[in-house]
Design a protein around this ligand. Sequence first.
Ligand code: HEC
Ligand code: HEC
Length: 194
Amino acid sequence: MFKSSNILMAIVLAVAVHAPATAQDVEAGRVKSQVCAACHGVDGNSMVGTFPNLAGQSWRYIYIQLKDYKEGRRTHEIMTPMALPLSRQDMIDIGNYFAAQVPKPSSFQADPDKIKLGMAKANETLCAMCHLGAFAGQNEIPKVAGQQYDYVVKQLKDFKARTRTNDAGNMTSVAQTLSDADIENLSHYITSIR
Ligand code: HEC
Ligand code: HEC
């Protein structure tokens, strides 16, 4: 009896975590994310290469990153203090708000030759094994299609240099195999995906 109520509790919790976002969650997230808009855009489409787009990102990935900044597993001079005051519910609401926004195509002028080389490298390195085809992302694995060029370059370099380590080792080991030219080509390709 005791055991089955524990199992029931686990199911109730699992359902609560995976329940689809309601309009109220998204609206709560919109209000809570007003302070974020200056850099990430009101609709999660950033206007600056070093500020990542959040529109259309999975809510779960956004939630995990905010939690990692808050708890020190990922550090950044701007984002660490931004995440510190957020509660778990704030992070979930904000994640749901940005996940519900429509991504806009990047205005970055990607080089066609670098796009081709980047696509070949992505196929060779099996990025799609985790990020799915065309870097669409799934659950806690981020969508990177159409992400800001400068931001993508910085993240791949940070993983390679092990200054970003909140990825359970997945990206750290992938990034060791990438040269600076590979990182540039991959970032041209990723940014150009619509
Ligand atoms: C002053 C500019 C600024 C503000 C304001 C800001 N951010 Fe950021 N944000 C950044 C930068 C720069 C990065 C990239 C940091 C890095 O390289 O780790 C980032 C990264 C992120 C990431 C990680 C994205 C990814 O793809 O991994 C999330 C999530 C995020 N911010 C959410 C927020 C939220 C939510 C708020 C408001 C509570 C906010 N940010 C406010 C500049 C800002
Ligand atoms: C074994 C699974 C796996 C493979 C293969 C993989 N990734 Fe990732 N990638 C991840 C995970 C998981 C994260 C998120 C890590 C975290 O939570 O901080 C990530 C994060 C990223 C990010 C940062 C996104 C952001 O918004 O900050 C970029 C860029 C990226 N991957 C590009 C690539 C490229 C390019 C390849 C192929 C060369 C690749 N990944 C292969 C699992 C993988």
